[in-house]
Design a protein around this ligand. Structure first.
Ligand code: ZN
Length: 320
């Protein structure tokens, strides 16, 4: 049994307006709208997934767009500060130009020898593009219809940066349970890496602030990948043995999930690789309709009537 996770599976955040959210991730960042479904725990709310051509684990950022109950979140300790995607080093100028031409303020810096472009999405969610040679070996599959040319497309996740009041409690889950190792520390940041694959980095930064408050503009949870249900059961036992509360295994249709809030305050999920997003749509059709798991299909008419207004044809229709 593996004692290390294979890295990040997805990141889920709370957005405001669904159209603004989808347009940013598809039209500006060039990700594919791989799945349009509802939050299984609150089916009046959409659940959008944006990723690579196939929705490969490690490429998907997902959103619950909160509209009528759209409480603004408040950034603080126990939250994800930035979600970072990998790009090729030769794509840095392309992305600075692309983002600035769309009115996005970009902050450029160097971190652990790599160029980092930091910016916020329209709801204030922190994003980064990290230029690294490892982009060449990432699993992400280019999306043929992306407004971003293949060579410059996002190559899946590089990392997440979690803001915590102190390193220790979160570090213990990362290193003693999930198999991460401390790789580097500089400028008030600790970097942890697991294995040698893509999407395998978590950074911790200590911030002098109270606990954040979940709401629009904040990340809801970070999901790590388990290759199968047996490995997931191992993580469930390992988290419990470490004194963590862990949920039962929940069927999320596209993966099976367990959830545990790490002691620094960040909600962690462990999600299985399979069955993936082709469980109910072919690769060519991904994201083309509202999909519901079979246990909600009987309620489709009512669910569709309650969802906020959103016209998917407005996404991906803009100029490059
Ligand atoms: Zn999730």
């Amino acid at each position: 049994m593996s004692s290390t996770t294979s890295g990040l599976h997805h990141v889920t955040a709370i957005a405001g307006d669904p159209e603004r959210n989808a347009k940013f991730y598809v039209d500006t960042l060039g990700l594919r709208f791989v799945k349009r479904t509802v939050n299984h725990d609150d089916n009046k709310t959409y659940h959008f997934y944006f990723g690579d051509q196939e929705g490969t684990p490690g490429t998907n950022i997902t959103f619950f767009p909160w509209t009528d109950h759209g409480r603004q979140g408040e950034f603080g300790a126990g939250q994800t500060q930035d979600t970072a995607y990998l790009i090729h080093p030769q794509s840095v100028e392309y992305w600075v130009d692309r983002l600035e031409s769309k009115g996005v303020d970009v902050d450029r810096s160097e971190r652990f020898g790599e160029t980092v472009l930091q910016f916020d999405d329209p709801d204030g969610i922190g994003l980064e593009l990290v230029a690294s040679d490892s982009a060449a070996t990432a699993d992400a599959k280019p999306w043929e219809e992306s407004p971003v040319p293949k060579d410059h497309q996002l190559r899946g996740f590089h990392s997440v940066t979690l803001a915590v009041a102190e390193y220790g409690p979160t570090e213990s889950i990362l290193t003693e349970v999930l198999g991460f190792e401390l790789e580097a520390e500089a400028d008030g940041r600790r970097r942890y890496v697991v294995g040698s694959g893509p999407a395998s980095t978590v950074d911790l930064v200590q911030i002098d602030a109270g606990r954040g408050q979940m709401g629009v503009g904040t990340v809801h949870h970070v999901a790590f990948e388990a290759t199968d249900v047996e490995e997931q059961e191992h993580w469930r036992d390992a988290l419990s043995s470490h004194g963590q509360n862990v949920t039962e295994v929940i069927d999320r249709k596209y993966f099976h999930s367990i959830y545990s809030r790490e002691p620094g305050g960040v909600l962690f999920e462990i999600a299985t690789t399979d069955p993936g997003f082709t469980a109910d749509e072919e690769v060519d059709e991904l994201g083309s309709r509202l999909t519901l798991p079979e246990w909600l299909e009987d309620e489709r008419t009512q669910i569709e009537a309650q969802l906020p207004e959103f016209d998917p044809t407005t996404v991906g229709a803009g100029e490059n």
